[in-house]
Design a protein around this ligand. Sequence first.
Ligand code: D41
Length: 671
Amino acid sequence: MADNSLIKQLTELKQAIDQHNYFYYVLDNPQVPDAEYDRLLRELQTLEAKYPELITADSPTQRVGTTPASAFAQVRHETPMLSLENSFTGDETQAFARRIQERLKDGSDIDFVCEPKLDGLAVSLIYENGHLVKAATRGDGLVGEDITANIRTIKSVPLRLLGDDYPQHFEVRGEVYMLLAGFEQLNLEAQRNGEKIFVNPRNAAAGSLRQLDPTITAKRPLAIFFYGMGKGQSTFKRHSEVLKKLPSWGLRVNPEWQLVTGSAKCLSYHQYILTKRINLPYEIDGVVYKVDRFDLQEQLGFVSRAPRWAIAHKFPAQEELTKIHEVKFQVGRTGVLTPVAKLEPVFVGGVTVSNATLHNMDEIARKDIRIGDTVIVRRAGDVIPEVVSVIMQNRPADSKPILLPQHCPICDAEIIRLEGEAAARCSGGLYCAAQRKEAIKHFASRRAMDINGLGDKLVEQLVEIGLVHHVADLYKLNQQQLVELERMGEKSAYKLIKAIEVSKATTLARFLYALGIREVGETTAQTLASYFLELDPIIQASQEQLEEIRDIGPTIAKQIHTFFRQEHNLEIIERLLKAGIHWPKPTSAVIKQALPLAAQSFVLTGSLTSMTREQAKEKLIQYGATVSNSVSTKTGCVIAGAEAGSKLTKAQELGIKTLDETEFINFLNSL
Ligand code: D41
């Protein structure tokens, strides 16, 4: 017999889940990370499995998906939209494949289609005689909402199909998503206008699709990838045939799908997509494996609305709940103070995280973060973990405000916060050990002087014991001094000295970047190097001369000019050059002229699927082109990916040549 405390626990769980459902589905504004929600639901499922007599009809486990929330007409799907089982480990995925083999009584390896799992909204579209006639959300899988008017505003949804070999009446299913760049832009604007900020791209996509006014949806950067057919797929024998066919009708399919044999290959695909994830212009939360052959899918069937022939292999959650114990201020290379939250350690994005950046005081105020708060932390790819938001219901009575210190925690110099700037800075300059450490770390980093083996910990040690004060001191180090350091063997000391020696051969652009001049990133360093070809004229250049260079504005020009007017900077440069740092003369203008795209100017806009914009830019620059951010009469060509907006329009108005992604790739291949 169940006791009262068990019933109380079940009731509380159900209430909590219902409340999260309301925030998530009705308000498009979730209060907790998905992982926390999943845990609550799983806890409820486990309890209910143990005590089935306590399952109530209104339990959140007793409905699949969501109830349509409102004003939209309901649509009954012609064939139910199934849900997907999840797998969180390789073992679970292998067990999935084994179950399939056992059911099919077939020992041989199965063909699977592997696809990225977009983190968006599942939708169903009906085409009749090649025309889009209806679009609906997935809803609870049986009944969804009629969102035809809103779907019609998405530019990657064809209103009219291409070709002539499509079924007379059929259904396609896909995932509507928001591009990451568009999501950030949308939130920036919302913040400026004091409107609601979306917590993630999926909720922004959901909120956009559920607008009653389609003209609002039309302004949102939505896109779609199709992943299968409902009614109408009987003319095909395999899922892979469908994925090959859909694009010929103008229905976009994520190009990352692969056909593989056996579960081991599925796991390799999972690894492969995990490494690609960070470079994708949209969010994915895992991959999906599907048995390729439709006859086998049919034999396998489904259990409680989830097919036995497919599974979603999820990536580690990127958001989790934890607590802020205290806040410390870190001092960066240019003296900027960054507040860092010390967290109750939590496993997120595949690693244990105990620090998260709070960015700056404005962000702390905007998110209303206090010490003692329960917060959502997010770690996406290799980026620094950050605090996304506070769970206000959990704020303890003794929470403490986060205060900007008045003096540098490292050197005790005064902290200065300029009017209109988000950042607060330590005024200690190179007197501040923290700033010196950061300057040396930057100097040695891979994209700067690339001193292999000179990691952050070692730099800190070298500065702390006074062996290195400035970057130039690195070139005075000898093996004997290094061997005496903690955790430093004969062999690694030798290797490091060697690496320091090797780093002396560099390029002018790397050297300029390594100096750590404020506002001078890799691109600006490269621009300076190709423009001046030598260091001396850069040092001598007036602010006006610098401003004349394309892509260098007054702010950057001022920083560069100021840097080279400071005696101690010139001294350090002189010591570095005396130590033997050298570079070949940069490609002279003559050689550059010979490159196939010499003196041609390109603008990249929209999102590309086969490479990132950054990669496209690098390719163009390799061929001698210049790449700029805005379209003008000087622009030679605009590369317009999916969802290209005003830049494409402007190019068309000015009669500038434009290439879509396929044309662009063909063009690159032709060079
Ligand atoms: O990219 C996706 N989110 C995705 C979702 C995908 N690539 N494939 C999917 N396949 C299915 C089945 C196997 C049931 C046809 C799905 C989903 N379902 C799905 N999305 C939301 C619920 C189910």
